[in-house]
Ligand binder design. Structure first.
Ligand code: B1M
Length: 235
């Protein structure tokens, strides 16, 4: 695949062929080529969100499937993840550039024991693009990090991400600690990550499970609006 890629002029490809090639390049962890592909699609007038979902997220899905099936291994997937991040870095300022008024503040982080951050970064980007202020506390966060950050930042929303079935129960540890501290109802708690589902979100006491970044944005908007309405009614 790499030899073919050497001869290939990405800019000469049709949109469909370019997207297919970008999926291959993402699979092969070819960071520069992925970035070049992103720039070409943008120059052709693609919306940043479409580049993100059609070229990058869909490509990463192929990587994920082959990782699951034992065709790809951690080192290869790391290269793909780095290529994905490089492509996302080009899109980040464009997605955040909507000039929308600030909607609220979210602290987001991946839970303790878990270092997956691509989905969390994508949620952060989309939330910023929708006008939210986002404070990203990174990966592998123990409960203390979350509690300290939401208080320090006076956040409206706490977002937690987990990609492993072994780390997703830690979200409940965080929510239980919020309850014990008497601050649970001061925040909207949103959770997400591939192994979660709605039932899990309900069972651990989150306000909502978000299937993807777009759902996270819509859910955050509607729950923030509801919170503002309740506060206005109380005033
Ligand atoms: Co990991 N890994 N990984 N991995 N990895 C998975 C998650 C896995 C499903 C692969 C598989 O087997 N099919 C599997 C978990 C199995 C399970 O728990 N049942 C797995 C495993 C096993 C592991 C290791 C244990 C492997 C090993 O070491 N033997 C290890 C664990 C390390 C650790 O965390 N302690 C490991 C390591 C890695 C890499 C380091 C190589 C790399 C991470 C690089 C990085 O993130 N910087 C990696 C990757 C890339 C994956 C896959 C292939 C892709 C994840 C991803 O980035 N998806 C993944 C397979 C898969 O998910 N199909 C896999 C793209 C991303 C856009 O989607 O993260 O789902 P996602 O985010 C979405 C939604 O879920 C949602 O919105 C996002 C955007 O739409 N969302 C939120 C996510 N967080 C949210 C938070 C919110 C709201 C929505 O808050 C409000």
């Amino acid at each position: 695949m790499a030899d073919d890629a050497d001869d290939l002029v990405l800019a000469d490809l049709s949109d469909d062929d370019l997207v297919a090639q970008m999926h291959d390049d993402l699979y092969d962890g070819l960071k520069d080529e992925v970035v070049e592909g992103v720039n070409i699609l943008l120059e052709r007038g693609w919306a940043p969100y479409d580049v993100l979902t059609v070229a990058l997220v869909a490509g990463m899905k192929i990587v994920g499937d082959d990782f699951r099936d034992g065709i790809l291994f951690v080192p290869e997937v790391l290269l793909s993840a780095n290529a994905m991040k490089a492509g996302m870095a080009v899109l980040k300022p464009l997605l955040a550039e909507t000039g929308a008024p600030k909607m609220g503040k979210m602290v987001i982080g991946t839970v303790k024991g878990d270092i997956h951050d691509i989905g969390k970064n994508l949620v952060s980007m989309m939330m910023e693009g929708a006008g939210f202020e986002v404070v990203d506390i990174g990966i592998n966060n123990p409960v203390e990090n979350y509690l300290e950050a939401i208080e320090r930042e006076q956040a409206d929303i706490l977002g937690m991400s987990a990609l492993l079935t072994t780390t997703m129960p830690y979200m409940k540890v965080v929510i239980d600690a919020m309850i014990a501290k008497g601050v649970r109802d001061d925040y909207i708690v949103l959770v997400g990550g591939a192994p979660l589902n709605e039932e899990f979100g309900r069972a651990i006491g989150a306000d909502a499970y978000c299937r993807d970044a777009a759902v996270a944005v819509e859910t955050a908007k509607s729950l923030i609006a509801r919170k503002h309405n309740v506060m206005a009614a109380r005033a």
